[in-house]
Ligand binder design. Structure first.
Ligand code: MLT
Length: 430
């Protein structure tokens, strides 16, 4: 007999169907609860709400497990390339060599953005944050490719939109930075691999080509993989919610970029470095800031520590920490004052009982911020790099939503405002 959960409300018992995932996560289905009882569930921030069934990413926060399509993140980060992982997330299987070559070739053929994008970029003031530019330009792709807004597109047309977005995001990202510093745009070079091409466009000048460092290219490839998906996080839920209204892929991803920008989400990696720099400016005494973090009357908050769903450690942070050590060594910056501060905070978080009890261990944003800084990535670009990495996950989740024909997202609420009252003409108001 199918398992059910019995719920008694107002003296009436109803049976809610229990559903179980392939990794034995269980939920009870409250889809008919309101019709049957008049009640809705209340869960601000959806902390305990399964908003969808998804076959893309499995995450076990208690055990620190993260798998894309069943493959452990540790194996993918060590052995795969970012585009291979993108293919896996979007199409569900690891590509054969022929499939991969075709995918990579198609992406390399779509890296140019329409020239009119330059005019849009010209309209942004130099004070524009690259994340704001990225979200806007990704949304503007709907104007350059108007057929992309049709909800009824063939699989071939959808694939073309997917390839375009993966190919162009690095060009848009690099140009959003060049625009913010008033430097000339560098055009993509299709013979370079995905990550190297991005670094080339970000760091080269018409007068001088950026010299690729294989350690940096490999670490960035790893970072993109580690960020590629994270089940129903804030930006992915945004992409799914926007996509559920049949909004286009570009429009939905643009919304995801804006959700990611927030300092409580992807923007945290930028905040980590800004916090380290503030501590350095203050004289570098980490014990003072550790005491501030413990003081509940002090608004200071350690950025890059703890995680909403990982209860013991963030498996991505474990991998990045190793990569960070390698990159810092290879670049010869392991003794910089900023990294000394980072190491001291890391040490405190891992050993001080206060942080251990509260599970405030360094997370992925802590180490990614440090690596990006060491690589010479401008601080305002940190979250943009997160967005490039997260793109395949957003695409896969948007595609899955469509394939599963999920209904439009429409949460309910518990109204706490005024009860009915009569309109008062302005002259009679106190
Ligand atoms: C992410 O990778 O999206 C972040 O760790 C945030 C989250 O999962 O809630």
């Amino acid at each position: 007999m199918a398992e059910t959960a019995d719920l008694t409300l107002d003296g009436k018992t109803i049976s809610l169907p229990v559903i179980e995932g392939t990794e034995h996560e269980k939920a009870f289905d409250i889809g008919k609860l309101r019709d049957q009882t008049g009640y809705v569930t209340y869960d601000p921030g959806y902390k305990n709400t399964g908003a969808t069934k998804s076959a893309i990413t499995f995450l076990d926060g208690e055990e620190g497990i993260l798998r894309y399509r069943g493959y452990p993140i540790e194996q993918l980060a060590e052995q795969a390339s970012f585009l291979e992982v993108a293919y896996l997330l979007i199409y569900g299987t690891l590509p054969t060599q022929a499939e991969f070559d075709a995918f990579r070739y198609k992406i390399s053929q779509h890296t140019l953005v329409p020239e009119d994008v330059r005019k849009i970029l010209d309209g942004f003031p130099s004070s524009a944050h690259p994340m704001g530019i990225l979200g806007s330009i990704v949304c503007s792709l709907t104007a350059f490719y108007p057929q992309s807004i049709s909800p009824q597109m063939s699989a071939e047309e959808l694939d073309l939109n997917i390839v375009r977005l993966i190919a162009k995001i690095t060009t848009i990202a690099a140009w959003s930075y060049k625009n913010s510093v008033g430097h000339p745009f560098i055009y993509p070079r299709n013979e370079l691999d995905y990550t190297a091409n991005f670094l080339y466009m970000l760091f080269s000048y018409p007068t001088e080509e950026y010299k690729q460092n294989p350690v940096v290219v490999s670490a960035l490839n790893k970072l993109f993989i580690l960020h590629a998906d994270h089940e129903q996080n804030c930006s992915t839920s945004t992409v799914r919610l926007v996509g559920s209204s049949n909004a286009s892929l570009y429009g939905s991803v643009s919304a995801g970029i804006n959700a990611l920008w927030g300092p409580l989400h992807g923007g945290a990696n930028q905040e980590v470095i800004e916090m380290l720099e503030a501590i350095e400016r203050d004289g570098g005494d980490t014990s003072k800031f550790i005491a501030k973090a413990k003081d509940k009357n002090d608004s200071f908050r350690l950025m890059g520590f703890g995680h909403r769903v990982y209860k013991n450690f963030d498996p991505r942070a474990k991998i990045i920490k190793k990569a960070a050590d390698e990159v810092l060594q290879a670049l010869g910056v392991q003794d910089s004052p900023l990294l000394k501060i980072a190491k001291e905070l890391e040490e405190a978080a891992l050993t001080d009982q206060y942080f251990v009890d509260r599970k405030l261990y360094p997370n992925v944003d802590f180490y990614s911020g440090i690596i990006y800084k060491a690589m010479g990535i401008p601080t305002e670009m940190f979250t943009v790099l997160f967005a490039i990495g997260r793109l395949p996950g957003w695409i896969a989740q948007w595609k899955e939503l469509r394939e599963n024909k999920e209904p439009i997202g429409r949460p309910r609420q518990i109204y706490t405002g005024e009860t009915e009252r009569n309109y008062v003409p302005m002259a009679e108001r106190a």
